[in-house]
Design a protein around this ligand. Sequence first.
Ligand SMILES: *Cc1c(COP(=O)(O)O)cnc(C)c1O
Length: 458
Amino acid sequence: MRSRVIIEPFRIKAVEPIRLTTREERLRLIEAADFNLFALKSDDVLIDLLTDSGTSAMSAAQQAALLSGDESYAGSPSFFRFEAAVRELMPFRHILPTHQGRAAEAILFSLLGGAGRVVPSNNHFDTTRGNIEATGAEAHDLVIAEGMDPENLHPFKGNMDLAKLDAFLTRHGAAVPCVMLTVTNNAGGGQPVSLANIRAVAALARRHGRPFIIDGCRFAENAYFIKMREPGQGDRPVTAIVRDMFAEADGMTMSAKKDAFANIGGWLALNDDALAQAARSRLILTEGFPTYGGLAGRDLDAIAQGLREIVDENYLRYRLRTSAYIGERLTALGVPIVKPTGGHAVFVDARRMLPHIAPLEYPGQALAVALYVEGGIRSCEIGTVMFGMKADGTETAAPMDLVRLAIPRRVYTQSHADYVLEVFEDLVAVKSRLRGYRIAWQPPAMRHFTAKFRPLEG
Ligand SMILES: *Cc1c(COP(=O)(O)O)cnc(C)c1O
């Protein structure tokens, strides 16, 4: 059977022009931005692959839902539509809306964190880690070894290492306030977690008497990977797989800026009545009344509609095919990537692509700047710039120097993807001429957002 193109399963009703720029303009703009892509104006970017967070295109039905949003302070019907849409997929007793995923994390760990506590996960996302550590607790990553090897083709590289988790729970006992699991595993490249692994993590947490919380930001992509890759799941509807994933958990945190097609929003869901009551009290202090929690009624309606759309299997097939397509073509061009491609992004291994640039001369930054200059593409360095500075001010190479191409949902078409690939093709031809960077100025922490770079002379 001939394999067929998987088309974008939507038509385009509203368009947003992209401002075309020349290479000369972009050289000037990136220099003015001190070679930091975060300092660019987004109008000066052709294809923005900085993040998939909050960058989704809303559907006509979501735009319509915005208008039916009810802005009552308490008891708005928008809240009840939101709550019903969440509960349809994730059957938790208590659902608290928040303005973003990190607000849900902050509330959860203000209750569960604290000095002496330790929280395991496959890989904590950076805001999760930040919110745990801000309370004095420690965040530990226990992903399987395969998940750390960019060449390993394991189908579920986001899985938790169950033996390590068991030993961790035995060693730390009551110091573990909850077990977390990120689906898909964002920090590990959008790699999925199998349903068998989710169930085994839940069983271990239960056996040790610890609550189990899922960070569900990309739950729908994860469920479709389960359908595609896990034995016995291929004939099941994605919605049934999603319900199975969350049926095992005691709660979840969520960023609606990911798999809810919303531009803002999130939630914290819990089964435990006393914990939910305490969380509601925090919510009122920091976010808002429990029936809006930091969001407008119209946002709650956009999320409710987005949740119905995100589990559409034609969408999910197209979504995962997009990253796989970009990954396959990059591999054919000889560009090293993290394999297999995950859900929401393709990670290019800049250290292997540019072996003549030493890690402390930032090969990821060099590639990211070159993608902008040559093609107006904005990507994100995930390497020594982001992770290389230690708390004591010294610098070491990060384990890998990656460049992330994150793919906004329903925003770009295949010809945009082909354009990105053509820019890579051009760069491959001149890659030995690319030079590294030095940092001319940096803040004491989170330097990647604001550091100023200077190109090294050839
Ligand atoms: C984005 C993200 C968060 C945080 O969500 P925000 O809405 O950006 O605050 C938490 N966990 C994961 C896995 C994420 O991708």
